[in-house]
Design a protein around this ligand. Structure first.
Ligand code: NAD
Length: 499
């Protein structure tokens, strides 16, 4: 049964079917299939979402296309005002959004609150930044001709988002996409559609119909239809490498632009002179926050041999102090479950194979008893060179610890991965702190920190981690296009003869 009056399920109302949001209103769609949505901390069904169809995508793209002329011709100030009103609307509903995010993803409430705060900040930043955008130059580069460069929106943009930060990754796309004058069709992960749908519903009071649309459903259907749609100018994906490849190759059929924020496997390089307490605390936060389901997670520790034992001792103490449980138990919960049973089983598979390869769990290494899709926070040691767990993105509460004795060798080992999203270096040595970031092939390199973000600074990867930048004014560039306009103002021949 499709509920007509509400989009968001009250607790225990598992029969609620969440509808798409198209052209300023909730919409039943054209399909008949639905997808169950679970609370991963308990395994309980919390709602159903519609499995969108290509016809649903057609309708949403048509709405976005129809809204485009009105939205793009607004001044930057007008669009910025709307983004600021959107930020205020989300701020007024922040607790509801944080609880929805927590119940759908299993993330602790304080972390969900941070995601909402980051969402609001991104909207506010893009509102301000878009008003400061200037064209590069205006000048006479051909005699009698004045050239100017204008930036304009690309058109209808498709935004495809993952389940680990459903609201935040959507905001990192929606804010710059709308700020520069595009309209948007958002496809959230089929596992975590709650906050995207609720946000669109809340912002119906702020954005004109069609400016922001949400279609739920499978990547292989809704995502694919967006990536191949002739009226979509650009498709922006945050997700796994495999999905990025699928979207890039589908988008090639219409040669649309692609923006890819994909997976990561962040090395954490720890020199003997580092503050080991800070390292252990940093990994506690950056390796296990969001249950390690973070593309930038501090998951691959490379520690100088001479301090391996000391770091491991402090790290295990830190990790064993994490409070793991159902986020609904209260704000003291620091680590929740993994997002789904399938994903929990995938992480356990990595652990089994690592142990079979000769690794040992210094702590954790298994799922605890009880309901929900939990895995204990785990530190793997004694890994053979090139072990799968040190190469592949596990995307769970698992860090591996390897050792090194030589600076050049550790740089080489850190770069020996297909991913290029983020890395960190921990040292008190000024030369190394200045030198290593330039030698590491990652889009973000932290020194003596990990997973610290600034909305003003770009986020994005190299190599298999994709291309395109979220956050900062670079995102505004990514979602707009440059145009050269040239005015011929040379006087006519008869005018020249008169002088
Ligand atoms: P996923 O790739 O399974 O799904 C991401 C999105 O892509 C979903 O909405 C999915 O439905 C869609 N999708 C899947 N196949 C598609 C296809 N063929 N065509 C179009 N869309 C398709 O990723 P996930 O499991 O939801 O998220 C985890 C992954 O996301 C990890 O690899 C993680 O590293 C990555 N991630 C990256 C960043 C970043 O900023 N670089 C941020 C968060 C997550």
């Amino acid at each position: 049964m499709i509920e007509a009056h509400t989009q968001i399920p009250p607790a225990g109302a598992e029969t609620v079917v969440l509808r798409h949001f198209v052209d300023g209103a909730c919409w039943e769609g054209t399909g008949t299939e639905t997808q169950p949505v679970f609370n991963p901390a308990t395994g309980q069904l919390i709602a159903h979402a519609l499995r969108g169809t290509p016809a649903d995508v057609d309708k949403a793209v048509a709405a976005a296309k129809a809204a485009l002329p009105g939205w793009r011709q607004r001044t930057p100030k007008d669009r910025a005002d709307a983004l600021l009103r959107a930020a205020a609307m989300l701020e007024a509903n922040a607790e509801e959004l944080a609880h929805l995010e927590s119940v759908n993803t299993g993330k602790p409430i304080p972390l969900a609150r941070e995601d909402v705060a980051g969402t609001i900040d991104t909207l506010q930043f893009m509102a301000g930044a878009v008003r400061t955008q200037l064209s590069l130059s205006a000048g006479e580069y051909v005699a009698g001709h004045t050239s100017m460069i204008v930036r304009e929106p690309v058109g209808v943009v498709a935004a495809i988002t993952p389940w680990n930060y459903p609201l935040l990754t959507a905001a990192w796309k929606i804010a710059p996409i709308l700020a520069v004058g595009n309209t948007c069709v958002l496809k959230p992960s089929d596992q975590t559609p709650l906050t995207a749908l609720r946000t669109a519903e809340l912002l119906a009071e702020v954005f004109p119909p069609g400016v922001l649309n949400v279609v739920t459903g499978a990547g292989s259907v809704v995502g694919e239809a967006l990536a191949t749609h002739p009226d979509v100018a650009l498709v922006s994906v945050t997700g796994s490498v495999r999905s990025g490849q699928a979207v890039a190759s589908a988008a090639a059929t219409t040669l649309k632009r692609v923006h890819l924020e994909l997976g990561g496997k962040a090395p954490v390089i720890v020199f003997a002179d580092a503050d080991l307490d800070a390292v252990a605390e940093g990994i506690r936060f950056a390796g296990f926050g969001n249950s390690g389901q973070d593309c930038g997670a501090a998951c691959r520790i490379l520690v100088e041999q001479s301090v391996h034992d000391e770091l491991l001792k402090r790290l295990v103490l830190q990790v064993e102090s994490l409070v793991v449980g159902d986020p609904a138990d209260g704000d003291h919960i620091e680590m929740g479950p993994l997002v789904s049973k399938t994903h929990r089983d995938s992480v356990l598979g990595f652990l089994d194979r690592a142990i079979a390869e000769g690794a040992r769990a210094a702590t954790g290494g298994k799922a605890p008893e009880g309901d929900g899709y939990f895995v204990l926070p785990t530190v793997l040691v004694d890994l053979p060179d090139g072990a799968e767990a040190t190469r592949e993105e596990i995307f769970g509460p698992v860090v591996t610890v390897e050792t090194f004795t030589d600076e050049d060798a550790v740089v080489e080992a850190a770069n020996r991965t297909a991913y290029g999203l983020s890395a960190s270096v921990w040292t008190e040595d000024a030369r190394r702190a200045a030198d290593l970031p330039g030698r590491l092939d990652f889009g973000t390199v932290w020194v003596n920190d990990h997973l610290a973000f600034a909305t003003e600074m770009p986020w994005g990867g190299f190599k298999s981690s994709g291309y395109g930048r979220d956050l900062s004014t670079y995102a505004l560039d990514d979602y707009s296009r440059t145009k050269h306009v040239m005015f011929n103002h040379a006087r006519r021949a008869d005018e020249r003869e008169q002088t």
